[in-house]
Design a protein around this ligand. Structure first.
Ligand SMILES: O=C(O)CCC(=O)C(=O)O
Length: 206
């Protein structure tokens, strides 16, 4: 079992244990000007619905996405390989803000744009081997949510226990240690009237 990495700035906010061997942290108002940042990103990112292979079937993602990162930070999931698009000024500014708080410089980010309650993210783990070197025992994911809050659900693979968070309005949600090994997460569809939301999950691809 890998020992969870300690990150330099993490004494500035409180982590909550997520058994076994994981932790989560929620920081409100991490991006106070979230609506302006979201509008600039939605206008500039090459967001599109991707075709993925899920359980042998090709399906279009029910949300718009784009993958950005340093050169070489390509990412493989659901039968596809994604070359990174370049960093934009707004993405880089959020990355800098995360580095100041966490002491970690991420090399890639996945943007997911949920236009309304019909857009969603199915339950999954971010446990690809590239998110190593100790994936899935120790993976750090920093998730920044801009715009309207949406329900983000963590579900234990073992006990089926659920933890539910409303993430939006510039919040930061961090998952670390073995969360990706033992818990799935997703953003379910909703019939409630919800506005658009842009989520940015920062990762380190090795
Ligand atoms: O939109 C969210 O809050 C979740 C995004 C997510 O699960 C992912 O990028 O892997």
């Amino acid at each position: 079992m890998a020992t969870p990495t300690e990150y330099a700035g993490m004494t500035t906010f409180s982590k909550q244990d997520l058994s076994p061997n994981g932790w989560i942290a929620l920081v409100h108002d991490f991006v106070p000007e979230h609506q302006a940042v979201m509008d600039a990103l939605v206008a500039s990112l090459p967001l599109k619905s991707e075709r993925l292979r899920i359980m042998g079937r090709e399906v279009a993602t029910p949300r718009l996405t784009s993958w950005h990162g340093d050169s070489g930070a390509g990412y493989r999931y659901s039968g596809r390989y994604f070359e990174p698009n370049p960093w934009t000024a707004e993405l880089d500014a959020v990355r800098d803000r995360l580095e100041a708080l966490l002491g970690v410089r991420f090399n890639s980010v996945l943007a997911n744009y949920y236009r309304d309650g019909r857009d969603s993210m199915g339950f999954h783990t971010d446990a690809e081997p590239e998110l190593g070197p100790n994936s899935p025992d120790d993976v750090l994911i920093a998730s920044v949510s801009l715009g309207a809050p949406r329900r983000f659900v963590l579900q234990s693979k073992g006990t089926k226990e659920r933890r539910v968070f409303d993430l939006g309005e510039g919040s930061l949600f961090v998952m670390g240690g073995a969360v990706q090994k033992h818990w799935r997460h997703g953003v379910p569809k909703t019939t409630r009237k919800v506005g658009p939301r842009l989520n940015l999950t920062f990762r380190t691809v090795r």
